[in-house]
Design a protein around this ligand. Sequence first.
Ligand code: 13P
Length: 249
Amino acid sequence: MKKSIYFVANWKMNGGLNSLKDLVKINKFLSKPNSFKIIVCPPILFTKFFATNLKKLKFSFGSQDVSVIDKDFGAYTGEVSSKMLIENRIQYVLVGHSERRTLGDTNQIIKHKLISALRNKVKVIFCFGENLNDKKNNLSLKVIKKQILSSVDKKLVSKNIIFAYEPIWSIGTGIVPEKEYLNYIFSNIKKILKEYLKLKNPEILYGGSVSSETINDLKKVNHLSGFLVGGASLKSSSFINLLKSYKYN
Ligand code: 13P
């Protein structure tokens, strides 16, 4: 059987109740036979509305964040626990995204978010990646290795972690790394995950300016299990175009 390919839609701070119409179209597109595994991460307060208004859901929902507090309930203003996510059928969570790192999530905070998510069996999409300066100074692998190993403990490793490489310089810029660079980075991520975390077949996604224009080159990269998509996931037309381009090109 052909392995499914992930497309994770990260809406960031976008979308609204009227985005339901986009999800209806995406759901319809997915009702035809396909090998996609789609996870949509809208701002979480919309998820329940979407889930109850969509018939025969053909994709999963994810959250863009989870509480760092490893508790189900408590006096923690503004926090949402992994128990609350799973109770609302949100099965995935993005952790370690560079935009959250910029807002203050350290490797240590990210580690605790991972612990809190995994305890309630919310699957983690663990994001990491270098900035342009790191790349220019040949530090990409060093940075990536540190980000992974400071947050993902050997004890934490399970099938419930999906890794997502997102070079910061590619996010929202329209610039995607060369295939050779990605092959080099991905084979080294695999090596790190095997050597230090004993993971033989990790799932690794790529994120950063994924669109129907860039997918053709990106899909040729080795060791890739799918994609994390920002801008091109916001409208059903661009997202479906992206899926079609992946399928037919
Ligand atoms: P863009 O696809 O808009 O570059 O965003 C990527 C991203 O940050 C997904 O998490």
